[in-house]
Design a protein around this ligand. Structure first.
Ligand SMILES: Cc1ncc(C[n+]2csc(CCOP(=O)(O)OP(=O)(O)O)c2C)c(N)n1
Ligand code: SF4
Ligand SMILES: [Mg+2]
Length: 319
């Protein structure tokens, strides 16, 4: 007996089936909603009191409420304090390159129609380095939800002026105060062709959750501008929008026609602290649907053909 063989008495008695036995997947109706404990990963490394905590907590709530399962949750971000988001979600996701979260998320969205992709990030990631991608993802109407946690500053790199910092904001890049007019993210989203535009704040949790649900249900590019305070480098930035700090949370008027682009633009021009709610929603074809149609049309043209016949057709076209 070689040292590699075993006497019969110690051989395992389990019979290995020739074919793996498939485990029947649980029907969605039989699955329990994921709790925060089941979907939260590493302990968030944000500063205590950072507005981003509440956005994360609401995302967990949304996952539970809308019965999203681990295999369907896709959270993408770029770089920044806010962009650490996917680290803290125990599911699929990517912490991608600075400003490039949207192209990455677009690829996921276009190739996996069964998923709803969420993208989270900051004002620098969205409107500085990622500004071009914001415009193109909006105009292409790629189905995903983008929540910009806007704190009017670069938090991760310790206080530089961002595209949304107000004139006069003193930072490491503008020690005498910024002289550049900030962008208005709502107007930019409208001009770029976004088909869902909402505004909320991390301090009004019921409102933000409602906006996230509406955004998720939108068939197209849904954008939420969410004020989220950086208590370290811009404390008090959003007090004017917080009734608990003596401010006013002015909602978009109930009679606002969300399909009216010009009315949305006008509302987006309201004086600081502006309005909160759904500004604009249009039902237009998504790139996802357009691409699926293109693929289906091409497949129909070559149905039943062998690979060599498809190749020959291509060569014939080139003649
Ligand atoms: C290509 C590149 N340029 C610059 C940086 C440095 N950087 C990291 S995060 C950041 C800005 C983050 O600001 P924001 O998106 O507003 O996120 P916040 O930290 O405020 O949440 C910058 C400039 C980088 N990581 N990569
Ligand atoms: S630096 Fe600002 S944005 Fe970053 S974690 Fe701290 S409070 Fe939040
Ligand atoms: Mg920021």
């Amino acid at each position: 007996m070689s040292h590699l063989s075993f006497p019969d008495a110690v051989l395992p008695r389990t019979t290995i089936p020739a074919e793996p036995v498939p485990i029947a997947p649980l029907a969605d109706a039989d699955r329990k909603p994921l709790t925060k404990k089941e979907v939260s990963a590493d302990h968030p490394t944000w500063c205590p009191g950072c507005g981003d905590f509440s956005v994360l907590a609401l995302y967990f709530k949304l996952i539970e409420k809308r019965k999203m399962w681990h295999e369907k949750i896709t959270t993408v971000a770029g770089i920044g304090c806010s962009s650490r988001f996917p680290y803290f979600v125990q599911a699929h996701g990517a912490h991608y390159i600075h400003g490039r979260a949207l192209p990455f998320a677009s690829g996921v969205s276009l190739s996996r129609p069964d998923l709803h992709v969420f993208v989270f990030g900051g004002d620098g990631d969205a409107f500085s380095i990622g500004g071009n991608h914001f415009n193109h993802t909006a105009r292409k109407n790629i189905k995903l939800t983008y929540v910009v946690m806007d704190n009017f500053v670069y938090g991760l790199t310790k206080k530089q002026t961002s595209p949304t910092s107000p004139v006069g904001f003193k930072s490491k890049t503008d020690i005498w105060g910024s002289t550049d007019r900030p962008i208005n993210p709502l107007k930019q989203a409208l001009a770029a062709g976004a088909t869902f535009i909402a505004r909320s704040t991390a301090t009004n949790v019921a409102h933000l959750l409602k906006m996230m649900e509406l955004a998720m249900d939108h068939d197209g590019f849904s954008y939420i501008e969410c004020l989220s305070e950086c208590i370290e480098f811009y404390p008090g930035a959003f007090d004017a929008a917080n009734p608990r700090k003596g401010g006013a949370f002015n909602e978009v008027p109930a009679d606002h026609d969300v399909t009216d682009e010009h009315a949305a633009y006008k509302l987006a021009s309201a004086a600081w602290p502006g309005m909160f709610g759904l500004f604009y929603k249009a039902n237009l074809p998504t790139k996802n649907a357009n691409e699926q149609k293109l693929i289906a049309d091409h497949r129909a043209k070559v149905e039943g053909l062998a690979d060599w016949q498809i190749l020959k057709k291509s060569f014939d076209r080139m003649k």
